[in-house]
Design a protein around this ligand. Structure first.
Ligand SMILES: [Zn+2]
Length: 346
């Protein structure tokens, strides 16, 4: 049922209308940030067609068919066998298939397999559905293979392209598909979902919801306890820069951020640093607490904002962005972090 999905009410309304009028496009791009529920919506469209108990364009969500649709079985490890990824994956329903990428690419053979299956009549239902996950990972060869199918779509087959980067799709593909755009989910809806469906504690749900930036997927994957530990360490960097001018502490934290336990999380620590600097900056400029993300440390942030007269917060953020770009070319992270912290304490 669409009503079980969180957010994007306008997309739901449009889909209900399309389904009620039997006008669901044969080729559809579902575009929007990671984790906003695009794939769940695609599955739900398929359910609305296949469920025997469907009512007013809404699947029941409970019958055997509804439960079978989203049960794809993928090979256990991605690096095992490339050949496994040269085909459409089916799960519990023979008329619902999906294509996923191998390493960073959707293989052309998988798209050719999709083309073959799309030309079959439905076995069990009145339509067939094919979901291409991360469709922007199709290379030119795969894209061109798909184009052939999109040019003359079999009337009983629907092909859904899921992507967070619609602009990376070939223009010829975009022009042959209708596009549904998904917005980030509102923070209060993410929070409600975490409490009601995922049994989060209230305080943790609030923090995870604000950190999720509108992505349900990101919200449920946040470990709030781990986040707080990391966040308190990074907060110490800002305290040292603004309040104590304690470079020794900052160098020690730079060391920790690069030790064996933390080095894989270096970039997420940069995310945390940025979000804290944003919080201090917005408090310094307006005193408005409504835009603070790290609300559980608002008092610390307010004190920092009050003491930050000399701190050039926008230039800190610019330096972090430059550093992020340099990470791609394998700079020494410890040296880069040291340099950033020296300039913050300056
Ligand atoms: Zn059903």
């Amino acid at each position: 049922m669409f009503s079980k999905l969180v957010g994007n009410e306008d997309v739901k309304d449009m889909l209900r209308r399309l389904i009620a009028n039997s006008r669901v496009p044969n080729s559809l791009i579902l575009a929007g940030d990671e984790g906003v529920g695009k794939r769940q919506f695609a599955i739900e469209i398929a359910r609305s067609f296949l469920c025997n108990e469907a009512n007013g364009g809404e699947a029941c969500g409970k019958c055997a068919i509804c439960l079978r649709i989203d049960t794809f079985e993928f090979p256990a490890r991605e690096d095992k066998n490339k050949d496994d990824y040269k085909k459409v994956f089916f799960g519990g329903h023979i008329d619902v298939g999906t294509v996923v990428h191998y390493k960073r690419t959707i293989l052309v053979d998988a798209i050719r397999d999709l083309e073959r299956h799309a030309n079959f009549r439905p076995y069990e239902a009145k339509a067939r559905f094919f979901i291409i996950d991360d469709a922007d990972k199709m290379n030119d060869e795969a894209s061109n293979a798909l184009l052939k199918t999109l040019e003359e779509p079999p009337p009983t087959s629907h092909i859904f392209l899921i992507t967070s980067r619609p602009d990376s799709l070939l223009p010829t593909i975009r022009s042959r598909c209708q596009m549904l755009r998904f917005a980030p989910v509102e923070t209060d809806k993410v929070e409600k979902y975490l409490v009601e469906e995922r049994k989060f504690e209230n305080a943790e749900a609030g923090l995870a919801a604000r950190l999720s930036r509108g992505s349900i997927g990101r919200a449920v994957s946040i470990n709030v306890v781990e986040f707080r530990t990391a966040r308190d360490r990074v907060l110490n960097v800002i305290k040292s820069a603004i309040q104590t001018r304690d470079l020794a502490t900052m160098f020690r934290i730079a060391e920790e951020l690069n030790d064996a336990k933390n080095k894989d999380k270096f970039e997420s620590n940069l995310d945390i640093l940025e979000s804290l600097i944003h919080d201090v900056w917005s408090l310094k400029v307006s005193g408005d607490t409504s835009r603070v993300v790290n609300t559980d440390v608002t008092d610390d942030l307010k004190r920092l904002a009050a003491d930050a007269a000399r701190a050039n917060l926008p230039s800190w953020l610019a330096e972090i962005e430059t550093m992020r770009q340099n990470l791609a070319v394998n700079i020494n992270r410890k040296i880069a972090a040291d340099a950033l912290f020296v300039s913050m304490a300056g």
